[in-house]
Write a protein that binds this ligand. Structure first.
Ligand SMILES: *Cc1c(COP(=O)(O)O)cnc(C)c1O
Length: 233
């Protein structure tokens, strides 16, 4: 394994443990999603060999390529990018988690394609929590309708909410956004029924993971802190 990835991975795990200690959380409640977008297969393979289970990609084409080149059944693949309904069919045979569901049509299509593939796909509903103009995710008011619809679906589960915070260097600026996501989850716990079980909060990336852990994150999506900086993507 390349020395730098090993070092970064060790450092990152230390950061997560320290963040948990600071707020009395059990690190086992938190999954680390290694966001491998744009990085070479060999870097991803090195991390798999080190025991990392969860990996995330934000483009369907990049994800399906990984399915072929890194064909390890123990690995859980997460789709975390902007979800286009017409691309769901390309990943339904293998993707374990789709974190960026934000509309009814996508729920229907995931359920249908997962049925065809004889699978059950885990999903999160992405909610728009950022102040930025370029919004992603559903509006909070749309949540009850989406959850109601998902309760009856047999080939997907909705296991929580995902949020992308405002892009900023100051992690304290994103704390209120993480709080909003957590409150939304708590306010909708009464909808846990059938295929809906809102136990996860996917929030926190390289720059703001400590704040996200303090605010209740159960899934950290981390790229840069593991794989180094990216030129694009
Ligand atoms: C790239 C990406 C991340 C990881 O960002 P880093 O700052 O590199 O840790 C997390 N979530 C999503 C949706 C991303 O696209």
């Amino acid at each position: 394994m390349s020395r730098t990835i090993q070092d970064r991975f060790t450092l990152l795990n230390g950061r997560i443990k320290a963040a948990c200690r600071n707020c009395n959380r059990n690190p086992e409640e938190i999954s680390l999603i290694a966001v491998s977008k744009t990085k070479p297969d060999e870097d991803v393979r090195a991390l798999m060999d080190a025991g990392q289970v969860h990996f995330g990609e934000n483009r369907v084409q990049a994800l399906t390529k990984r399915f072929e080149t890194l064909n390890d059944p123990a690995v859980q693949w997460h789709f975390i990018g902007t979800l286009q309904t017409n691309k769901i069919k390309y990943m339904a045979h293998r993707v374990n988690w789709i974190q960026s569901v934000h509309k009814s049509k996508a729920l229907v299509e995931i359920d249908r394609r997962a049925l065809e593939a004889g699978r059950v796909i885990n999903t999160l509903i992405q909610v728009n929590i950022s102040q930025e103009d370029q919004k992603s995710g559903c509006e909070p008011e749309e949540l009850p309708g989406l959850l109601k619809q998902a309760q009856q679906m047999k080939h997907l589960r909705v296991l929580g909410l995902m949020g992308m915070a405002t892009f900023t260097d100051d992690p304290e600026k994103v704390r209120p956004e993480f709080r909003i996501l957590r409150s939304l989850r708590d306010e909708h716990l009464f909808m846990n029924e059938g295929s809906v079980n809102l136990k996860h909060l996917s929030m926190g990336m390289t720059n703001d993971l400590e704040v996200a852990v303090e605010e209740g994150s159960t899934m950290l999506r981390v790229g840069t802190a593991i794989f180094g900086s990216r030129n694009y993507g």
